[in-house]
Design a protein around this ligand. Structure first.
Ligand code: ADP
Ligand code: MG
Length: 329
C-alpha cells in the first residue's frame, strides 16, 4: 500500500483520477491542466477550476489582512483561468469557519472579494458556509470563457519560452514574513498577487500562435516541467535571462541572499509561462509594449524529452531537478 507522501501530490492525483471511468463526450480537457474545458456554443469554451487556501498552509492569520486574503483567494483561482487564455466570469466561494473567526473579519474578507470581482468583472454567484474545527479555509471555484484555449500540451522543439512579470518576489516575500521582516513590495507580492488576466486577454486576442501556457504557482521549474511532460519536449533556460524586479535584486544583493533558488523554485508568482514559435516574437513584444506590461524570453524548448536544463552565467549547463518546487506532501 503506497503512502500519500511516497506518491506525492501529483502521483496521488494521477492515481485517484485514473480510476474515474466516466468522461463526458463533449469534454475538450478534463483533469491535468490548469482548467477543465468544454464547448458551450459554437466557437466558445467554458473553462473551470477550483483552488483552496488553508490556514497555516497557504496563509497565516498573523501575517495577512482579511482584505488581502480575500483578494488572494480569488486571484489564485482567476490565475488558472488566465493560464488557459480565458476570461473569468463567475466564482463560487466555500468558507470553513472555526470559532476564532469574527464577523468583522468575514466582512473584511468579503470586501477583498468585492475588490477583485469589480476589478475583473467577475460575479460571486454562490458558495457554501460550514464550520471547521480548527483551521480557517477558503475554496474558490471559478468559471470562465475562452474563444481560444491554451493548454500545457503543444510546445515544440525550437519554440521560445516567455514569462510575464518578474520571478521570485513572492517566495522572497514569504521568507521575509516568516522571519518577521517587512518589505512592502516583496511581502505584497506574496500576500496580494496579481492574476495575469489582462495579459492572457492580450495573448488570446492576438494572432500569436501560443503553443502552450501555464501559470506559475508551484515555481518556474516545476511548472515548466508540467509543460515539458504534457508536450513531450525538454527546455533550456538561461540564468541571465530570468526577470528580476529591482526590489528583488536589491534585497538579495543587500542581504547576501542567493537569488537563483527563489527565481527557479519560488512558488506563487502567478505569472504566465508560455511558448511560441520565433516568428511570433515581434508581434508579442509589440502587443505587450503597447499594454505596458513586462514579458521576457527566458529560454527555448528542446528535443531533450522531459528535461529542464539551466545554462548558468559561467556557461556551464546543468539538468534541473523537477521536485524542488511546491508539493503539498
Ligand atoms: P493548479 O496548480 O493549476 O491549480 P493543480 O496542480 O492543483 O493545478 O492540479 C493539477 C490537475 O489535477 C488539475 O487539472 C486539477 O483539476 C486536478 N486535480 C487536483 N486535485 C484533484 C482531485 N482531488 N481530484 C481530481 N482532480 C484533481
Ligand atoms: Mg495553474
Amino acid at each position: 500500500m503506497s503512502k500519500i507522501k511516497e506518491l506525492g501530490e501529483f502521483g496521488l492525483i494521477h492515481r485517484l483520477s485514473s480510476r474515474l471511468k466516466f468522461h463526458a463526450p463533449d469534454s475538450v480537457l478534463g483533469i491535468g491542466d490548469d482548467c477543465a474545458v468544454y464547448p458551450v456554443k459554437s466557437g466558445t469554451y467554458e473553462v473551470i477550476s477550483t483552488d483552496a487556501l488553508v490556514e497555516d498552509i497557504h496563509f497565516k492569520l498573523s501575517t495577512t489582512t482579511p482584505e488581502a486574503l480575500g483578494r488572494k483567494a480569488l486571484s489564485v483561482s482567476l490565475s488558472d483561468i488566465a493560464a488557459m487564455g480565458g476570461t473569468p466570469k463567475r466564482v463560487l466561494v466555500t468558507l470553513g469557519i472555526p470559532k476564532k473567526i469574527s464577523v468583522s473579519f468575514l466582512d473584511k474578507l468579503y470586501s477583498g472579494f468585492n475588490e477583485i470581482c469589480n476589478r475583473y468583472k467577475v460575479e460571486l454567484a454562490g458558495g457554501d458556509t460550514v464550520f471547521s474545527p480548527k483551521c480557517f479555509f477558503i475554496n474558490v471555484s471559478v468559471i470562465g470563457e475562452a474563444k481560444r484555449v491554451f493548454t500545457r500540451r503543444g510546445a515544440k522543439p525550437g519554440d521560445l519560452i516567455f514569462v510575464t512579470g518578474t520571478l521570485g518576489d513572492s517566495s522572497l516575500g514569504m521568507k521575509l514574513l516568516s522571519k518577521k521582516g517587512n518589505h512592502k513590495f516583496l511581502t505584497g507580492r506574496h500576500l496580494d498577487p496579481t492574476p495575469r488576466v489582462h495579459e492572457a486577454g492580450i495573448l488570446a486576442r492576438s494572432r500569436i500562435n501560443i503553443t502552450s501556457m501555464i501559470d506559475i504557482s508551484d515555481g518556474l521549474v516545476q511548472d515548466l516541467y508540467h509543460i515539458c511532460k504534457a508536450s513531450k519536449v525538454g527546455a533550456r533556460i538561461y540564468e541571465d535571462w530570468l526577470p528580476q524586479s529591482p526590489e528583488f535584486s536589491r534585497f538579495c544583493n543587500g542581504n547576501a541572499i542567493a537569488p537563483l533558488p527563489h527565481l527557479l523554485n519560488g512558488g506563487e508568482d502567478y505569472e504566465l509561462l508560455f511558448t511560441l514559435p520565433a516568428d511570433g516574437v515581434k508581434n508579442l513584444n509589440r502587443q505587450f509594449l503597447k499594454a505596458k506590461v513586462l514579458v521576457t524570453q527566458i529560454g527555448e524548448i528542446t528535443l531533450r524529452s522531459k528535461k529542464v536544463s539551466l545554462e548558468m552565467r559561467d556557461g556551464a549547463t546543468k539538468t534541473l531537478p523537477e521536485s524542488e518546487g511546491f508539493n503539498h506532501f
